[in-house]
Design a protein around this ligand. Structure first.
Ligand code: PBE
Length: 269
């Protein structure tokens, strides 16, 4: 089968995710920049719908191109591969950043210290995401279990922090798995020091706006530099960046491994 036929079979469509995802815009950029994607369209819906479509296509060994990112359990559950991105539209390595509102350091030094220390090693987060799959994606439960089993790490994050008595703090998060897990862990850790933590799920654009205006105190969800770079620049100077809480993340287009293509340039307009 020629790659032209395969592209036709896919109806020149990338199976995307939520319209508000950073990656949805990056996918549009790829369509605009690659000659091989001329005339292609991105079909957006949700991450869950994308995973369902991927599973169905793979059951029938049909071709499909999806928006993919890691860490995510999709790479453990499905035999898929990233397509090479010779034009670098999706960037190289991404990190997940911790951003806090201006003034947090003075208002809540203890929370600031904990958020500043908070970080993940990639394999630890990957393991937690696999566990979440077995636990019906109940991230409160997955986070609690992780905290119970890893009090030593938690104590490294909270060491020397003075407890408070119910000081409210709000964390905004985006609706994807890694962020849901890590933010729920942060909630439990802050609660151990007496903070009254609320979690507010939002789209990436609202996440940046909320931290920039001070409506929310912090976020552990921004993917940088490619995925949310445009939003970061829009609000730069109106938040404090405490650096990566996870390194070694990635976004891109992926296909089932049985597909005979390796690069975005192997698709056909
Ligand atoms: N993602 C996962 C998100 C960030 C985390 C890549 C799907 C996005 O595109 O905004």
């Amino acid at each position: 089968e020629s790659t032209a036929n395969v592209s036709e079979e896919m109806e020149y469509t990338i199976t995307g995710i939520e319209p508000g995802a950073g990656q949805t815009e990056t996918n549009e950029k790829a369509i605009a920049e690659y000659d091989s994607l001329a005339g292609w369209e991105q079909k957006t819906s949700s991450s869950a719908a994308m995973l369902t479509a991927l599973g169905e296509a793979m059951e029938k060994e049909e071709p499909i191109v999806v928006a993919a990112w890691s860490p995510h359990y999709m790479f453990a559950k499905f035999d898929i591969k990233y397509l090479e991105d010779p034009q670098g539209v999706f960037g190289e390595e991404e990190h997940i950043a911790t951003l806090v509102r201006e003034g947090l350091k003075d208002d809540m030094p203890g929370a600031y210290t904990i958020l500043d220390r908070f970080h993940w090693e990639l394999p630890v987060l990957e393991e937690a995401l696999l566990k979440a799959q077995e636990m019906d994606f109940d991230f409160e439960k997955v986070a609690q279990q992780w905290v119970d089993e890893n009090q030593e790490t938690v104590e490294e994050w909270t060491e020397g922090v003075d407890p408070v008595d119910g000081t409210p703090i709000d964390l905004v998060l985006t609706p994807w798995d890694a962020e849901s897990f890590s933010t729920n862990v942060a909630k439990i850790v802050l609660e151990q020091k007496g903070f009254n933590v609320s979690l507010t799920p939002v789209d990436p654009s609202v996440m940046f706006e909320a931290v920039a205006t001070g409506d929310s105190d912090a976020t552990l969800s921004p993917w940088m530099p490619a995925t949310h770079g445009a939003l970061y620049e829009e609000y730069e100077g109106q938040f404090e960046d405490l650096g990566p809480n996870l390194e070694g993340a990635k976004i891109g287009l992926a296909v089932p491994s049985y597909m005979d293509i390796d690069s975005i340039e192997d698709l056909e307009p």
